[in-house]
Ligand binder design. Structure first.
Ligand code: URA
Length: 230
C-alpha cells in the first residue's frame, strides 16, 4: 500500500496532509526517514513511526451503538440527523456501513462495520440471527399472543419465523424474532391487537446492549463479535 494512503487511513487525515508529513520528513519506515513520497509499504510487516509513535494498521472495524430515537439508520440525509453523525472520529473508517436498519423512532443496539462479508453474514435472511426488542404497547394483547408469536404471524405476504414473546408487566414485553422485515415488530404487535408505543433493540444473537449510554459507540471485542452469531 502507498505510504500516503496508509498514513491517511491510520491517522484519519487527507492524502494531501499525509504527503506533507512525508515531505516534512516526519515519517520513519523501519527506522529510516522517508524522503520518497511514492514509497510502497507492507502494512502487515513494516514499522511506521510518526511523532515517535508506532502506527498500527487496522483494516476492519466493528462497532456497536445505542441508537437514540429520532436518528435515521443512514449515512446521509438532508433533513434528519443520522447515526453516522454520532460515530466518533477515531472510529469513522472509510466505507463504514450500518448493519441492518432500525426505524427512526426505534432506539437501541445497532452495529456498524466496514467489513462487507461480516455485514452480509449478519443481515442475510438465511442466517436467522436472533434480535430481541423491549416493547411498550397500548391496547389489550390477544389472550393467546404468546403462542401466536411462537407459531409465526402472517404479515403482508409472509409468515414470521417462530419467535418468542415474554410479557413482563403492564403493557411491556420482550419479543425475539429471527428475521428483520420492514417494521416487523410493529406489524406483529398490530396483529396482536395493539400498537407499539416504544421500541428498543436490546440484543443481537447473544450480544446485549448492556449499559452503553444513549448515543454512545464502542468497538466490539473479539468475544463480543462471536456472541453475535450465537
Ligand atoms: N421492527 C420494527 O417495527 N421496527 C424496527 O425498527 C425494528 C424492528
Amino acid at each position: 500500500m502507498r505510504l500516503d494512503k496508509y498514513l491517511a487511513d491510520v491517522l484519519k487525515i487527507s492524502r494531501q496532509n499525509a504527503k506533507k508529513l512525508i515531505k516534512d520528513k516526519e515519517v520513519l519506515v523501519n527506522d529510516n526517514i522517508v524522503s520518497n513520497i511514492n514509497i510502497i509499504i507492507d502494512e502487515k510487516k513494516d514499522c511506521v513511526i510518526v511523532n515517535n509513535q508506532m502506527l498500527q494498521y487496522q483494516k476492519y472495524i466493528y462497532l456497536m451503538m445505542n441508537k437514540p430515537k429520532g436518528y435515521l439508520s443512514a449515512t446521509f440525509d438532508n433533513s434528519n440527523p443520522t447515526i453516522i453523525e454520532l460515530v466518533p472520529q477515531q472510529f469513522n473508517f472509510k466505507d463504514l456501513s450500518i448493519v441492518g436498519r432500525l426505524d427512526k423512532d426505534t432506539a437501541g443496539l445497532i452495529l456498524l462495520s466496514n467489513d462487507g462479508a461480516f455485514i452480509h453474514n449478519i443481515t442475510s435472511p438465511k442466517k436467522h440471527i436472533s434480535k430481541k426488542y423491549y416493547v411498550e404497547y397500548s391496547g389489550v394483547l390477544l389472550s393467546d399472543a404468546v403462542s401466536y408469536v411462537e407459531n409465526g404471524i402472517e404479515i403482508d405476504d409472509y409468515k414470521t419465523l417462530p419467535g418468542k414473546l415474554e410479557l413482563i408487566g403492564s403493557n411491556k414485553a420482550y419479543i425475539t424474532i429471527y428475521e428483520g422485515k420492514f417494521h416487523q415488530v410493529k406489524k406483529m404487535f398490530e396483529k396482536l391487537n395493539t400498537k407499539v408505543e416504544y421500541l428498543k433493540r436490546v440484543q443481537i444473537g447473544s450480544l446485549q446492549l448492556g449499559d452503553l449510554k444513549i448515543g454512545e459507540v464502542k468497538e466490539l471485542t473479539l468475544d463480543e463479535l462471536e456472541k453475535i452469531k450465537e
